[in-house]
Design a protein around this ligand. Structure first.
Ligand code: ATP
Length: 500
């Protein structure tokens, strides 16, 4: 792969995202805050649509999955129990010449990917396996040795002069109390999962859930990432969509496979092609995990994780039970065929699905970004140009249809307004009168609007309009009375859900 091409592509997407109101650098007028981003008018619509799709795919399509919205701040002992205070670290290493800081594991993973791309996957796999072993044993000196042995150089200085590898805790903390200066700091949650675990019994009892059941949550999470780059791929403040599925011990393997397949189908259903998705088993398991797999998407900068599926055993609930001294058990009165008696009390096992809303957004945007060469006009006036458009799934497009009067007279603007008024109760639609019709199409293409509706002379006679399709640029004529059903069918979430 040519690294020049990769970065140009991401650069184009970043520029596009800014220019057309999808993503802005946070506090840009002060030159920005590293790895923090804001979503603009089109970005927030796209992101909300993705979140709503996920939410409904979880809580509406599954009778045994319910929602939760827990607070960002939690009692600090939560993070002791979860293992984050002691173990939520990344191994970091600095280059002495450039003073640039890297994640030691990322340097090694990139080296392994290099072997793989050069046609030596066995060597790549051996390297990741060795790294996994060293990290599991917390052998940081060994990790450094491996980096040196692999002759990994700093991308800036080009040298191998590395510091020792150290662990760096990724949690942000803030003042816990306004009145008690000795109060322990509170953390900004580094994952939404713990809000679900500590509410396990509240939810189970209040919603009268029977195992197996799931709790879904969407919310902000914060991590002081060592190397924050690749746009919104790695942020310090981001959003997670997590679902913890509580199961009877011994059945977790089946549920792990079920959710693994279900989550992959979701990504394909919203328009990420199967060829750009793959599973990647973890080489180094997190402190809580029995089995873990990433769903990776092929970004312009390579295959990277968008979602993690983890079999977490009873680790979290047991930890909370011990530290809080509150039982986290479920009474299962289903009969165990082996004993003929109810399964009785146990701490459930958990299978987790955890996807980043921002990474899903970036994957969707990267996939949608299209540049095609088209020929316009006839004879001497014929010209070839590049058309840029966002081929978003209509269900997630920020605006579903744009309504244009062909000209600003003869009652056409009024007719367009009438159509707008009728459609806005169902869809996010806009009207536009300025500029030539071609320019108006272009503006909608750039933000991924699937339909442009044009009111012309004929409309005033027979109440029909032309509907121009974003991807094919084809136009069809249809009665105004059919627009609502036509657009509704195309943008409906049902189109996604039917594929799940
Ligand atoms: P990575 O290895 O890339 O740091 P992770 O394995 O630590 O990710 P998880 O803890 O499994 O990530 O979090 C679940 C999901 O949350 C990830 O798949 C990703 O989509 C999202 N996520 C995690 N960290 C970030 C971040 N810094 N910025 C944006 N999204 C993130």
């Amino acid at each position: 792969m040519n690294p020049g091409i990769e970065t140009t592509q991401l650069k184009d997407i970043v520029a596009h995202a800014k220019e057309y109101g999808f993503v802005f650098q946070s506090s840009e007028i002060y030159d920005g805050l590293a790895a923090v981003y804001d979503y603009g008018p089109n970005g927030v619509e796209l992101k909300n649509n993705l979140k709503r799709l996920w939410w409904e795919a979880m809580t509406q399509l599954h009778g045994n999955v319910v929602g939760l919205d827990a607070a960002i701040f939690m009692e600090p002992r939560t993070w002791v129990a979860s293992g984050h205070v002691a173990g939520f670290n990344d191994p970091m290493i600095d280059n002495l010449d450039s003073k640039k800081r890297y994640r030691a594991d990322v340097l090694l993973e990139e080296k392994a990917a290099e072997y793989e791309n050069a046609g030596d996957p066995a060597r790549g796999a051996a390297l990741t396996a060795e790294m996994g072993r060293l990290l599991t044993e917390n052998d940081l000196a060994g990790v450094k040795e491996l980096i040196i042995r692999e002759n990994i150089k700093c991308a800036v200085s080009g040298t191998c002069k590395w510091t020792d590898v150290r662990q760096f805790n990724l949690m942000f903390s803030t003042q816990g109390s306004a009145v008690d200066s000795d109060a322990p700091p509170v953390y900004l949650r580094p994952e939404t999962a713990q809000g679900i675990f500590v509410n396990f019994l509240n939810v189970q009892k209040s919603a009268r859930m029977k195992i197996p059941f799931g709790i879904a949550q969407i919310g902000k999470a914060f991590r002081n990432e060592i190397v924050a780059r690749q746009f919104i791929f790695r942020m310090r403040e981001f959003e997670q969509m997590e679902m913890q599925f509580f199961v009877r011990p011994g059945t977790e393997g089946e549920w792990y496979d079920t959710w693994k397949a279900a989550r992959r189908r979701f990504h394909e259903a919203i328009g990420l092609p199967a060829s750009k998705l793959r599973f990647h088993d973890h080489d180094k398991l997190a402190h809580y995990a029995k089995a873990a797999v990433d769903i990776e998407f092929e970004f312009p900068f390579g295959f990277k994780e968008i979602e993690g599926i983890h079999s977490r055993s009873d680790f979290d609930l047991t930890q909370h039970q011990e530290l809080s001294r509150k039982k986290q058990q479920y009474f299962d009165n289903d009969v165990d065929p082996a004993t003929g008696k109810p399964y009785g009390n146990y701490v459930p096992y958990v299978v987790e699905t955890s996807v980043g809303a921002d990474r899903l957004f970036l994957a969707t945007l990267c996939e949608a970004f299209q540049e095609e060469t088209i020929t316009e006009g006839e004879g001497e006036a014929q010209q070839t140009k590049t058309r840029t458009f966002l081929k978003l799934h209509p269900a997630v497009a920020p605006i579903k249809a744009a309504i244009f009067p062909l000209v600003r007279k003869d009652g056409m603007p009024e007719k367009a307004q009438e159509i707008f008024d009728a459609l806005r109760f169902d869809f996010r639609v806009v009207t536009e009168e300025r500029d030539a019709i071609g320019k108006r199409y272009t503006r909608q293409d750039l933000i991924g609007t699937p339909f442009c509706i044009v009111v012309d002379g004929q409309t005033l006679e027979d109440d029909t309009v032309t509907v121009r399709h974003r991807d094919s640029r084809e136009q069809t004529r249809m009665p105004i009375s059919e627009l609502r059903t036509y657009i509704g069918e195309a943008v409906s979430f049902r189109r996604v859900f039917e594929k799940l």
